[in-house]
Design a protein around this ligand. Sequence first.
Ligand SMILES: [Zn+2]
Length: 112
Amino acid sequence: MEALPSTDMPACPICTMTDLLDGGGYHECATCGHEWDKAQPDELTVLDANGKQLSNGDNVTLVKDLKINGKSGRLKAGTKIKSIRLVDGDHPIDGKVDGRSMLIKAEFVKFA
Ligand SMILES: [Zn+2]
């Protein structure tokens, strides 16, 4: 069994004890019996070139030319990317350009 870092340990909202039972989709407090849904993962904080927070489904525009791997060369500044999805990592913008899915650094785009 893996030891979890203590900072990841949720506490019971009722009695604040951390002795929890895992009920699958919910936590159960071993101390007072309170049950609650597991917290959703924190929303990713992804800031665009202007420091504006981006959300899933946003449309963005490239602020600089980007080289892309493969034959298709580069993406031009000003290229629109619609309905982005945010992912974890150092290239947190997952979007489609010309039907191709790609991952882009957040500082290379701005909210459109
Ligand atoms: Zn409790």
